[in-house]
Design a protein around this ligand. Sequence first.
Ligand code: SF4
Length: 384
Amino acid sequence: MSSPGFGIYIHWPFCRSKCPYCDFNSHVRERVDHGRWRAALLAELEHYAADAKGRHVTSIFFGGGTPSLMEPETVAALIQRVRTLFPTAADLEITLEANPTSVEIDKFRAFREAGINRVSLGVQSLIADDLKFLGRQHDAAQALAAVRMAATTFERFSFDLIYARPGQSLDQWRAELDRALDFAAGHISLYQLTIEPGTQFEQAVARGDFRMLDEEHAAELYEATVARLGAAGLADYEISNFARPGQESRHNLTYWRYGDYIGVGPGAHGRLTIGGEKSATRQHRAPEAWLDLVKRDGHATRQRDLVPRAERLSELLMMGLRLKEGVPLSRIEGEAALPLSQALDQQRLRRLIDGGFLTLSDDRLAATSQGRQRLDAVLAALMA
Ligand code: SF4
């Protein structure tokens, strides 16, 4: 199997406005002191680099928030510093998430010059009313202009859509998907709308402002999505991610293959294995407190704990079974530090295989399409 790689995640916590479905660590601020933020992100990167000396970096990912609101100068400085601190892959993937507003599109060239070679655009919908419902700041024309610009500016690009929106019929989604596919290249992410705790949508649903699609209808849309994308040559390599061969997101594959990564910036998470022991790291979430702590201590680590073996196994399965390729049995034994027969309860495993949710071959455990659609329940039945 391909190596999980080693990634660096950099979190930019600011957005122009808060989308009603979003539970990410994103905040709206009138002013941002870009110079201060640049210095603090560089400091935290250096802090973790000391613990990960010599690791071969395969990807950098600027996520958020809205990292396309960063100054290209900050992006360039961080990429340069990664290259100084670590050996890097010849085909280092450097992704920036971007929103398709005109201000951000105008910065695309500067981001490319800073070293970005892949952009992931938050398009979310191609229908005007639905973009309004999702609280987005762009319209469909701007979204498509951004996609065209990304295609001509960067080596690789992807865009996201959110489906299973209230009232969305199968035919409506098929038509929107077909239109999106006219603009897609090697990668596309298609997420089902979910209601997350603490979001504006949670309150709206509680008030009865709208109703979510029932599970059966959402599953129908998912199946239609996989079939349509497959016919277009984009395989469902992960539950919500579709790619032509070789165009998968290498950074996200590192998460799903349970590789190591450093996370810097407010609320960023990391996993770092040193001497066989794996640590989970988490940075302070609130932007201003993070900034002050980095100034004081050189980093704003809120939590750094060893991950117990049982948790390593459940994290490996939680991430790896999202992938169609599944999880190598050698990794199950390695993370659990137990032979397979003891790492997993054989009766539970058999029941899930017989039920059509999992498959077990000589060298890997994988979830079927049915299993991936109900992954939380499958994991609960496997690990409880
Ligand atoms: S732009 Fe992205 S990160 Fe920011 S609020 Fe909207 S969904 Fe969340």
